[in-house]
Design a protein around this ligand. Structure first.
Ligand code: ADP
Ligand code: MG
Length: 216
């Protein structure tokens, strides 16, 4: 017996399980996300994501055929159900991931990475965030890098996702000393320094939910 890793490819049902785990995480950590957003925003990030992910799970109850169909439904639902900046940004993430995933019903590591990367590019296209601007990008970009590096060294998706989750958590923590240059927090100028970015925190939960799901 070699590796303990058993997840070679991610089915649509696994993607639904990931979304469900993220929904549970935003419920569990909603107060924490809102607390972070009350320090440098308008105290709605937890509520935004709870509303969005509850709507997502209601919308995907009849699990659609392909990964692209599923992720498109997720993106559309987030764009339409979340009022804050994070709704369109996470929505665009899933819409772009949907296009990349296309008709596939199973995503292997490289296909999953391509979908996640396309999603991140969508966030950048929409919000123009760069590294160090103190946004969700600062958690997601290192996560993608770690995922890619793990795949390149031969890891299966579950192991790569855990590396990505660790990188996302480190990326979240690294937002604390940053000066916010995008979104509502940027209105605070220097007063944004010394707080974690709420979107980076929720993104770390999103990637951790993926790792948990692929390991289970
Ligand atoms: P709002 O700021 O409209 O109240 P939320 O509180 O739900 O929306 O989300 C705030 C989070 O959105 C921020 O913490 C940040 O991570 C993310 N964000 C805001 N603007 C941008 C942007 N231009 N690019 C990437 N992420 C952004
Ligand atoms: Mg807010």
């Amino acid at each position: 017996m070699g590796s303990l890793s058993v997840v070679e490819a991610v089915t649509v049902d696994r993607l639904v399980a990931w979304l469900s785990a993220f929904r549970d995480a935003v419920h569990e950590h909603g107060d924490y996300l809102t607390e972070l957003d009350s320090a440098i925003g308008d105290a709605d990030h937890g509520a935004n994501l709870i509303r969005g992910m509850d709507a997502v799970m209601a919308a995907v109850e009849q699990s659609p055929g392909s990964a692209g169909d599923l992720l498109k439904k997720v993106g559309m639902t987030l764009v339409t159900s979340v009022g804050g900046a994070s709704g369109p940004l996470y929505g665009t993430f899933f819409l772009r991931a949907a296009t990349a995933a296309g008709d596939a019903t199973v995503l292997d590591g490289p296909a999953l990475l391509a979908a996640l990367r396309a999603g991140l590019e969508g966030i950048v296209a929409r919000g123009k965030a760069e590294a160090g601007d103190k946004t969700m990008y600062d958690a997601l970009a290192p996560a993608m890098g770690a995922f890619e590096e793990a795949l390149a060294s031969g890891a299966e998706p579950d192991v790569a996702a855990r590396a990505a989750a660790d990188a996302a958590a480190a990326g979240r923590d690294a937002t604390e000393p940053m000066l916010a240059l995008k979104g509502r927090a940027s209105y605070l100028g220097e007063r944004s320094v010394g707080h974690l970015d709420p979107g980076a925190a929720s993104s770390a939960l999103l990637v951790a939910a993926l790792a948990d799901t692929l390991e289970s």
